[in-house]
Design a binder for this molecule. Structure first.
Ligand SMILES: [Zn+2]
Ligand SMILES: [Zn+2]
Length: 344
């Protein structure tokens, strides 16, 4: 037997709702791509769209779009990246550089962009092939485990806050205190906003304040819109919880020209009275994560401010259980898979 390993371990979805461990052959990266030895990959709720078969995908498929590792092979026509460099990938697999949106600088909207762990295999694996244009450079001084959740949960909340209409000192609400929300509260606090965390139940109050919230609203005990209006009205609501009704409930809590930015994915409709929008010129919009350079700024801001995801780690071998725990809402707050060398 050769000592060179020709295969790698992964967890893949084989049919809707069924994730299982497998071994896959190691292949060379095609032109414009690199091969990454994955060290850590966060489990994001959006992985459910792959595993549960909500997207039309080809089976089997390895989910995971919060992956960090080290480049071990460079494909043809790749420039600016080196073997041995630590990199990460988020949800957006890399822009094409030539479509109408790329040429306008709107890389998120690239028409020829795949989603990692959806149209091609993602990071629940020891090895990942990634498009050069989707790579995020990981700075020194942050572990791969700490960096992984920042590539989707971190980027998504940070980018929405950074590009949203709120200015320092404004009232900003974060709906949902989970994987995205617990980072959103921290970023909002460190960007200088007055921060309201909205969760279900009284038990999240202490944690929300520990993360940096000035106020906590229990949506099971009071109407979040009334609570926000009592504080003067929110300039921005980050909707990280995906239930359409919970999102709709916050709209009347916006001050004039305030905005709800929807970050949590759900097929659940958001029903809003048009009067609630037009009489105060309120708006509601979606935001799809962010581009790779904003991801690098997210990492830098996190290092500067001390913002960090609260994670529990699980070896890749425990991916099936870890995914089930996330789906059951039991992750506190982010589960990160680790690909230990000893485990292969
Ligand atoms: Zn995600
Ligand atoms: Zn493009």
């Amino acid at each position: 037997m050769s000592s060179v390993k020709l295969s790698y371990r992964a967890a893949q979805a084989v049919k809707p709702g069924k994730l299982e461990l497998t071994e896959k052959p190691i292949v060379d990266p095609p032109p414009g791509h690199v091969r990454i030895r994955v060290e850590a990959c966060g489990i994001c709720h959006t992985d459910a769209a792959t595993v549960e078969g909500l997207f039309p995908i080809e089976w089997p498929r390895v989910p995971g779009h919060e992956a960090v590792g080290v480049i071990d092979k460079i494909g043809p026509a790749v420039e600016g990246w080196a073997v041995g460099q630590r990199v990460g990938v988020g949800y957006l697999g890399g822009s094409c550089g030539h479509c109408e949106y790329c040429r306008r600088g709107d890389l998120v909207s690239c028409k020829n962009q795949e989603y990692v762990g959806v149209q091609h295999d993602g990071g629940y694996a020891e090895v990942l092939i990634a498009r050069q244009s989707g790579l995020v450079s990981i700075p020194d001084g942050i572990s791969s485990v700490a960096a992984a959740p920042l590539l989707c949960a971190g980027l998504t909340t940070f980018s929405a806050l950074r590009n949203g209409p709120a200015r320092a000192g404004d009232l900003v609400a974060v709906l949902g205190i989970g994987g995205l929300g617990h980072l959103g509260v921290q970023y909002a606090r460190h960007m200088g906003f007055e921060v309201v965390a909205i969760g279900r139940g009284p038990d999240k109050d202490g944690m929300a304040r520990k993360l940096g919230a000035h106020h906590y609203v229990d949506s099971s005990a009071s109407d979040p819109a009334d609570a926000l209006q009592a504080l003067g009205g929110a300039a921005l609501v980050l909707a990280t919880a995906s239930g359409g009704k919970a999102v709709a409930q916050t709209v009347r809590g916006l001050r004039p020209r305030g905005r709800v930015i929807v970050l949590g994915a759900s097929p659940d409709p958001i029903e809003i009275a048009s009067t609630d929008l037009l009489f105060a010129s309120r708006s509601i919009e979606g935001a799809l994560t962010g581009d790779p350079t904003t991801s690098e700024i997210t990492l830098k801001f996190s290092q500067l401010s001390g913002v960090a995801a609260i994670v529990e780690t699980t070896p890749l071998a425990g991916a099936v259980d870890a995914y089930a725990r996330m789906m059951a809402g039991k992750a506190r707050f982010r589960i990160v898979l680790t690909m230990g060398k000893d485990a292969s």
